[in-house]
Design a protein. Structure first.
Length: 198
């Protein structure tokens, strides 16, 4: 018997002799009421993570994307993106190596969380597969104001638990043992969030 089996056997034995409990576990998770300025709070928290927030009307999104990307080449977009991106390469079946040559990606989000400044992708139309949001060095993500929720419980309730999810709070960053911050190690070095008014 290996160590794993020995530990599991001990747990099973302890549970077999444990008394039944009528104790109710409270499940009254805190739900934040939608505060005034929810979208402003989201923008503030996103910027706290060293990401850039740009506000845009729906009609101006294409111009806003052009302004952010400039003349950058090597921009990839997922299938189903609801906005045009000049000169972009459709993600289609790009291999990992081909994706590594892309300098930027433009995606949409499933929602944004105001209290944490987090964007969440469920990788449906307009969001693409997970690698799209992790490999290119620049990620431009579109979040409609109506997609901003107050907190994590509201986000979890709104998301489909059967879909893959990527939760993003700012550009990829890590610190070494001396707390020297390095960005872009595990994902995009630069995150631009475009807040689209409905």
């Amino acid at each position: 018997m290996d160590a794993r089996e020995e530990i599991l056997r001990s747990v099973r034995n302890a549970l077999a002799t444990a008394p039944e409990s009528d104790t109710e576990v409270p499940r009254g998770y805190r739900h934040l009421p939608p505060p005034e300025g929810l979208v402003d709070l989201f923008a503030e928290r996103v910027e706290d993570y060293r990401a850039t927030v740009t506000r845009s009307s729906s009609a101006e999104v294409a111009a806003t994307i052009r302004g952010i990307l400039g003349d950058r080449t090597g921009v990839v977009v997922p299938d189903g993106l609801g906005y045009p991106v000049d000169g972009a390469v459709p993600a289609g079946d790009l291999t990992g190596l081909e994706l590594d040559d892309m300098r930027a990606v433009v995606t949409e989000a499933s929602l944004g969380i105001a209290s944490t400044g987090t964007i969440v992708l469920e990788h449906g139309p307009g969001q693409g597969r997970r690698a799209l949001s992790l490999v290119p060095d620049v990620h431009v993500c579109l979040v409609r104001e109506s997609q901003v929720v107050a907190g994590v419980p509201e986000a979890v309730a709104a998301l489909d638990p059967g879909r893959p999810q990527t939760w993003i709070s700012g550009p990829s960053a890590t610190s070494d043992i001396e707390l020297s911050r390095v960005e872009g190690v595990h994902g995009p070095r630069t995150l631009h969030v475009i807040l689209v008014s409905d």
